[in-house]
Ligand binder design. Sequence first.
Ligand code: 5AD
Ligand code: SF4
Length: 438
Amino acid sequence: MNFADSEVVNSILLDEGMVPVQTAEEADVIFVNTCSIRENAETRVWNRLKEFRSLKKENKKLTVGVLGCMAERIKDRIIDQEQLVDIVVGPDAYRDIPNLLAEVEDGRKAVNVLLSLEETYADISPVRTSGNGVSAFVSIMRGCDNMCAFCVVPFTRGRERSRPLESILREIRELSDQGYKEVTLLGQNVNSYKYEDIDFTRLMDEASKVNSEIRFRFSSPHPKDFPEPLLHLIAERPNLCNYIHIPAQAGSSSMLERMRRPYTREQYLSLIERMREIIPGVSLSTDIIAGFCDETEEEHHDTMTLMEIVEYDLAYMFAYSERERTLAHRKYEDNVPEDVKKRRLTEIIQQQMAIQEKNNKAEIGNRHLVLVEGESKRSAEQLSGRTDTNKMVVFDRKDFKKGDYVEVEITDCTSATLIAKPVAKSSITEFFAEPALV
Ligand code: 5AD
Ligand code: SF4
């Protein structure tokens, strides 16, 4: 979401006549887009701001601004106590940046952290300056009404609201014209998308029809009300990726209830079963929190077994970090000792790495369609990209280039990467065509 938001801010700043520079030293204005989801995200932002303090001493004209979720949470501290920041802009106030910059020019500190019930930046075409030119994020909704007990998002990003269908489609058409090949539709809670009578499944249907050679992903849906018609659509439509990120957070029903996640372990597992029945070979990933309030050894074990049963291809795993204003902060105690949280997280991660390695080994000999994202990090002789199922693949460069769809055969792997030999340049339509009837 922050990448997508920064691209909206780029557009607003470019309209003001600003030009991007390559280093902080060259800049007259620096904006830091921030995240409050866990404490270490905030710690990193504070460290970054402290780095800029010395630049502010050298360049008296330098303006430093804080954007996004942290702005809302700590606006007073940021401006009064630390003297690090001149502008604070919450996630719904980016349109006000030109006015706020003018206030700073007049010698004042400037703050706008008002949350909105309507703002979706629908009419602003994001300017993508830092991406790979192949994959883009498109924001389809903002905010969240779910109020999971551990999560600060509803407080920092406000109420849920959906962006008009037509403006989403217009942005996808622009991306198509610019040669983009992959679009990830983003929202805190995408299956709650609702604009007039358009729901999320209809949106995916319309989006995927813009260009059959652009493939689509989405993040993140909520397990409580994942729409089954969407599973059928993914199964039928070649350019809807066979990959679903479906955050479980925990594996025991008692913990899910404490987390205010309105589904049980059994309901989650039967959703996974439906996904696998309807989309054979679908790749799944998840988010998991270790050490949430009152977590027992048994509940931790339930999380481990859930992950063992599902065999996710990828997991984002975190130690619980208490956030102000959340239900957990107000009503529960952050009472799992730090060393126990760490140990449980390590167990979860180690098990997941072993599962990924096993899943990846089973891929050897399989053919996949890879969208080339660029040079591999290790060698200029190799390219890297992802399968439709979101697995990273590395293979010899040959004559292929960024943005090509390449059919590859998997020859080897690690727990994080598949290694392949390229077969031929291909396309979504060609690769996923039904085999001809003989
Ligand atoms: N502590 C740890 N992880 C958290 N997440 C959200 N809030 C917290 C928290 N307080 C994780 C959830 C969510 C992901 C984006 O971040 O797993 O799905
Ligand atoms: Fe946070 Fe829950 Fe909303 Fe996700 S669904 S953003 S975890 S409150």
